[in-house]
Design a protein around this ligand. Sequence first.
Ligand code: SF4
Length: 214
Amino acid sequence: MSESRNRVPIIGVVRHRLAVDGQGVTTLVAFHGCTLRCRYCLNAQCLSVEGFSRTITPAELLNEVMIDNLYFLATGGGITFGGGEPAIRSKFIDAFCQMAPPEWHITLETALNVDRSHLERLLPHVHQYIIDIKDVDPEIYKRYTGLDNRRVLDNMQWLLGHDGMADRIMVRVPHIPDFNTDEDVRRTRDYLATLGITHIDEFTYQRRESSGES
Ligand code: SF4
């Protein structure tokens, strides 16, 4: 894909995030657009049609984030791609990473509810995955996000089929007010344990009903 055609909408670029996501000093690149419609979405602007701040190409982004190259190299940091759902921008991320310094640590914050082809394209570039699993119970997941979670679980299994992958994955397991219970959360944790996942971040979503369009 030519550079000019690989132009995507973003919500924003946030510099100098320390130990928030990824490792070292990181810059968060938040893409517009998502496959899900979570009821308490904290980034509802990434779902509304006009919720993006600007559009950008891979070369333009690289030029912008290069200002922190020395910080990235000194701390083992790099770029965290979030959103929205960054995996659906896999062609953009692929082009960006092919141009970026190979030492940069690349983190993907994803809900994994995307076509496998995106994950295949991203696999050579991503060092760490932060996965927002919601809840493994299909009914709870569908009520909360509007979609089926079969693709999430299939993608998780596929990722874990790669050597050493469990150490590169951190799964966020939320308590979702009015949608799951402590028992449901325990079941999700138990399921992840059977997959060999040990890095788990259990937390509680803030109740913040998103609008119908999001
Ligand atoms: S996965 Fe859910 S919470 Fe995250 S951006 Fe998409 S709709 Fe919002």
